[in-house]
Write a protein that binds this ligand. Sequence first.
Ligand SMILES: [Zn+2]
Length: 639
Amino acid sequence: MKITPRKRCFLWSLILVLLLTGIPVWAGEEGVVKSGVANIRKGPGISNAVITQVKSGQVLPVLDRSGSWLKVQLHNGQTGWISESLVNIRTVAEKKVVVTGSSVNVRKGPGTGFSVVGKVYEGDTLPVLGARDGWYNVKLAGGGQAWIAGWLVKETNGSSGQNNAQPSRSSSSTKQLVVTGNGVNVRKGPGTNYAAVAKVYKNAKYTILDQKNGWYKIQVGKQQGWIAGWLVSVPSAQPPAPPAPPAPPANPVPIGSTVVVITGEVVNVRQGTSTEAAIVGKVYRGDRLVVSDKQGDWYKVQLANGQSGWVASWLTEPVQGSGVSRGGTQRSEVLIVPIADNQVFKVAELAGRVELILEGWVSGQFQVKQGSAADKLVLELEANSTRNYEGEIKRLGISQVKVYPQNNKSIVELDFASPVTYNVAYEANSKTATIRVGTAQTRGLQGKLIVIDPGHASVQPGGWLDPGAVGPRTNLYEKDVVFNIAIKVKQMLEQAGARVIMTHMGQTELTLAGRAEIANANNADIFVSIHANSSDKGLYSGHSTYFYAPYGDEILGPQRYERQKLATLVQREMVKAGGRIDIGVLEANFAVLRETRVPSILVETAFISDAQEEILLGQESFRTQLAVGIFNGIKAYFE
Ligand SMILES: [Zn+2]
């Protein structure tokens, strides 16, 4: 396809928007690199020079086509051409954002200077029309459009419209449950201490007549009785879930997204798929576990402490429709510990946040306390129980969960990776308390641990010299400029009460991954790498800030919001203080950003290759301005 001048102009403005915002705004196609390493070329065809390479799995938005060649967007904002045969093409759904702030103003334009035109609330999903300066232009539910700050929303994949637009079939007002256990007793009262009055079977549906202590009252034939909540699934009220699909008979457990509930009283978890295999742990009736593999009659499951092992499938039942969602707005139960017959303690995840759920206690029978340190919560539950449990839920930042009996009470101790706050909501009807846990709520710079990485050093691993980029006119070394700026930022942060670790003081034997490891090993709050940029022939100038958080990545994906927020705020303040062109926030797979497990950014202060900026970077006053900008951005991040 020939590119007309008009089209070229459109492409350039699209690329410019990308350079300015770092946020893709189109809905179209993207290519996923098939396998190995693929060449990206300057033009469509193998006669064109290779400009870079991409690895399998990398996602490249498609900007244009020419024959069997695709023009794609690279992570660094550049574009290039790739043969269609090297990628799998997929369609990108309309981009959406989910509101993460509890109550957020939407405005007439992209900035807090514009007037407020409405409010949106946590969990609201808004279609994206465009983006500018770290703000999103969104479609409002009631019609019309407005702007919302990028750091108060989270992008959703939007590839499956699963959680909305679900046609509500039979929207009867009566709530139904589906039996997930097979041959489940229905009892005279809500507890296993009551006599069984009937038996029900898998996939049978019953109308819920009443609800008590985690049990449901149902009618079976002429009998009324109670069934345990953990042996049924109840489609949630909002949004109405579709009717549970009938389980395919051949393989009732689709691997990877299935949760099973333990039906045996105490079940061994073993190293292998036989009752002869060594025992690696125990699970209990009512425990829910994610199945990651299947062999014969055995399921591979992961325990709360991260260990995995095999359980006999005949001691479990699949929980219908309980695909484990990550970071969605659907609540997913991560840990269930039955304390006593009618009393259950649960840990759940809702939109990446921890919720502790107490079922079966009336108000006054439970207490929530902050432990001696702000990163500990202690629940005191009145219970007649001897239940002991110990585990961890790493991905939710819970380093230890401990349940043990003490003086007619059950104590639940939770250690979090960082200080937490909490609030308790109690629902008397269902006797359910929900404790919403907030993390990293301590505000301000006081006590924060920040790792500063001057981008280059005179001596690198193996003793090689690394001046970084070199100013072509004044022979200014990037390593000297960025070390000087880094020291200034360090002093400002320490003045404000933060702790700072430098990855090096001018010379280092560390690799890039080694620099990142300093932040990881110290569990720093953030990592900031400081650089000066350079371009061929001195074409570019201005400030830019990079972050990296691909959606699929287990560690980086969930940090996307934090990383983008840090980058956005530092970029904003650096532009204010430095006054050069605002190139914007960009996403790139740089080693220090990829290897850090804490929120991290890479700041490109200015272009040492630009005639004006080379002179400025040589000046003490401009370096101080840049340091002030970076400092103010970091400060804003912690406010
Ligand atoms: Zn550099």
